[in-house]
Design a protein. Structure first.
Length: 528
C-alpha cells in the first residue's frame, strides 16, 4: 500500500507493549508505520498499563512482548479477548516455547514472532493484520447497511426507527428483482440448491452494477424478492441503467431470466422505504410482456394501455358447475384454460387474476352448497404471488383447487343426475314454446325416457308435464300483465296450440281464467 492509497483510509491505531523502553523505541522507529497505514498511538510497559491506555484511546491492534513484569502478554491477551474482542494482537517473544505459542493462539493472538524480529517479516505480519482489520470493518459496514435496508424494505417499521448509514453518492436507486417462473422451476429444489441459485442471481446483478461504478447492497426480503440499494458515484442516464440491467438478467448455465423493478433516482437516504415499495410494485407488470426492466416509463405505458374487460363470472360458474357434476376432469381443465386465455388476452395482472378466481370459487361454493354438499371451506390459503408469479403457475393452482372439488363431490356421493337435470332445465327453458315431450329431452340427453322421468321427479319434485305447465303458465302470466296481446296469441307464444286446453290449465294453476287474471292485474295496477 502506497502513501496516497493509505492516506485515503483511516489510520489503523497500534499500541506497542514491552517492559524494555529501548525495545519499544526500536519498534517505533524501525518500520515506516505511516506507509503501512498505521499510527502508533503509544507505548505501555506491562499489560496493566496497556489496558489503562486502551480505556483512554482504544487501539486496533497491539504489538506486545510475552514475558513482562506484572501482567504478561498471555494475561493481556486473555483480557483483550474479554474486553476488546475485535482488537488484534501480535506477540513477540525471546523464548522459543511451544507451550507459550499454543496458549497464545488459543487466546486469539494473530501471530507469534521470535526475537530478534526481521523487519521484512514484521512488515508482512503487520500488513496482514491491517488487511484483516480493514476487511472486517468493511464487512461490519456492509452488515449495518443490510440491516438498515431490511428495515426500509419493510416500510421502515419492522425494527423501529433506524438512522441511515453513512453512505454517500451522486444518486441512489432501489432495484427489486425476482426470478421468473419461480413455482415451475424452483419450488421443488432442495434448500442448498436454491441458495446456490440465489447466490448466482445476486452475484450476477452485483457484477453488472459494479462494472459501472455502482456500489450494490442487497438483502432477500422474500425467497423470491431481492432488494438492492444501488449507490452511484455519478449520475447515470436512464438508458444506461436499462442497458446494465437488461444485459445482466440472464443467469449462467442457461438459467431463466430474473427481472427488475427500478425505482426513480433519489438523493436522500431517508426516502429509501418509499422507493423500496415503488420498485417492488413495478414487478407485477412483468407478466404482460416479459420485459426484464420495469421502470417508471414502462409502468406509465401500461397504465395508459390497459383497459381489461370484466369477466362474465356467472357464465363461467355455470360452465364450471356443469363440468364438476359431470365429473369430467378434462372438460374442467379446458374451462380453466379458457379462463386463463381470457385473462392473458385482456392483460390481467396476476393480482386481478387472483381476485377474479376468488370470486369464482366463492360462487362455486355457494352453488355446491345448494346442491347439498358440505365440507366446503372458504378459508384456504391464497397463492403467494412472489412464488406463483406467472399465468401458468396460477392456472395450475386453480386446477389443483378444482381437482379437490371433484374429489369432494365424489366423496359426497352426489352423482351425475344433478348435472343431467341442470342441463335438462336449460334445454327446456330454450324449447318450452314448442310441443316438447319428455322422450325428446331424454333423447337429447342420450338417456332412456324412463331413467329421465325418474331422476327428473327425484330432483324437481314434479313430473315432466307438471313442470312444463308451470313454466308455461308463469310465462303467460307475465305476458298477460305486461302486453296487450290477445289471449289466444299468448297461448301460442308459450307453447299451447289448443286455446281451450290453455285456459283449462291456466285456471287449474291460478284459480281464474286468463281474462280474469288480466282484469285483476289491470285493476291492481290502477289502484297503485
Amino acid at each position: 500500500m502506497g502513501r496516497e492509497e493509505a492516506a485515503e483510509q483511516r489510520r489503523i491505531k497500534m499500541l506497542i507493549v514491552d517492559d524494555e523502553p529501548i525495545i519499544c523505541k526500536g519498534l517505533r522507529c524501525t518500520i515506516d508505520w505511516e506507509e503501512l497505514g498505521v499510527e502508533v498511538i503509544g507505548e505501555a510497559y506491562d499489560g496493566e498499563e496497556a489496558l489503562r491506555k486502551m480505556e483512554e484511546q482504544p487501539a486496533d491492534f497491539l504489538l506486545s512482548d510475552i514475558r513482562m513484569d506484572g501482567m504478561d502478554g498471555i494475561e493481556l491477551a486473555d483480557q483483550l479477548k474479554q474486553l476488546y474482542p475485535k482488537t488484534k494482537m501480535v506477540i513477540i517473544s525471546g523464548y522459543e516455547d511451544f507451550g507459550y505459542a499454543r496458549q497464545a493462539m488459543r487466546l486469539g493472538v494473530n501471530d507469534y514472532l521470535l526475537k530478534p524480529v526481521e523487519v521484512e517479516e514484521l512488515t508482512k505480519v503487520v500488513q496482514k493484520v491491517v488487511e484483516d482489520i480493514r476487511r472486517n470493518e468493511k464487512e461490519d459496514g456492509t452488515r449495518e447497511v443490510k440491516l438498515w435496508l431490511a428495515n426500509m424494505a419493510r416500510s421502515g417499521i419492522a425494527y423501529g426507527k433506524m438512522s441511515p448509514p453513512p453512505l454517500h453518492g451522486a444518486e441512489f436507486r432501489i432495484l427489486a428483482s425476482q426470478l421468473a417462473c419461480f413455482h415451475e422451476l424452483y419450488e421443488e429444489l432442495e434448500l442448498d440448491q436454491f441458495e446456490q441459485i440465489q447466490e448466482q442471481w445476486m452475484q450476477m446483478l452485483h457484477r453488472r452494477l459494479s462494472s459501472s461504478e455502482i456500489r450494490p447492497f442487497s438483502i432477500f426480503d422474500h425467497e423470491n424478492m431481492l432488494i438492492t440499494l444501488a449507490v452511484s458515484d455519478r449520475l447515470l442516464e436512464e438508458e444506461e441503467w436499462e442497458r446494465l440491467l437488461r444485459h445482466g438478467a440472464l443467469l449462467p448455465s442457461g438459467q431463466p431470466q430474473f427481472y427488475c423493478g427500478l425505482s426513480k433516482p433519489y438523493k436522500i437516504l431517508g426516502e429509501t422505504a418509499e422507493h423500496c415499495t415503488e420498485a417492488a410494485s413495478r414487478l407485477k407488470y412483468y407478466v404482460l410482456e416479459q420485459e426484464p426492466v420495469l421502470n417508471a416509463a414502462y409502468e406509465t405505458k401500461w397504465q395508459n394501455l390497459r383497459r381489461p374487460e370484466a369477466l362474465d363470472v356467472s357464465a363461467s360458474v355455470q360452465n364450471l358447475v356443469a363440468a364438476l357434476f359431470k365429473q369430467d376432469e378434462q372438460e374442467l381443465r379446458a374451462q380453466v384454460a379458457q379462463l386463463f386465455r381470457f385473462f392473458k388476452q385482456e392483460t390481467y395482472l396476476l393480482q386481478e387474476v387472483l381476485a377474479s378466481c376468488e370470486e369464482l370459487f366463492a360462487l362455486l361454493r355457494q352453488r355446491l352448497r345448494k346442491s347439498g354438499m358440505t365440507g366446503l371451506e372458504s378459508s384456504r390459503p391464497l397463492p403467494d404471488l412472489n412464488l406463483y408469479n406467472s399465468y401458468l403457475a396460477l392456472e395450475e393452482a386453480v386446477n389443483r383447487d378444482m381437482a379437490e372439488l371433484l374429489a369432494l363431490i365424489d366423496r359426497s356421493g352426489i352423482d351425475r343426475s344433478y348435472w343431467i337435470i341442470e342441463k335438462a332445465k336449460r334445454y327446456i327453458e330454450e324449447q318450452y314454446r314448442s310441443d316438447l315431450k319428455a322422450s325428446e329431452v331424454a333423447a337429447w340427453l342420450k338417456i332412456t325416457p324412463s331413467y329421465f322421468s325418474y331422476i327428473f321427479k327425484q330432483s324437481t319434485g314434479k313430473g315432466f308435464t307438471e313442470y312444463m305447465n308451470e313454466l308455461r303458465i308463469e310465462q303467460a302470466k307475465t305476458l298477460l300483465a305486461t302486453t296487450h296481446d290477445k289471449v289466444f296469441e299468448i297461448a301460442d307464444q308459450v307453447g299451447y296450440k289448443e286455446y281451450k286446453y290453455f285456459v283449462s290449465v291456466f285456471k287449474s294453476f291460478t284459480g281464474m281464467t286468463p281474462k280474469e287474471y288480466r282484469g285483476l292485474r289491470a285493476s291492481t295496477t290502477d289502484k297503485e
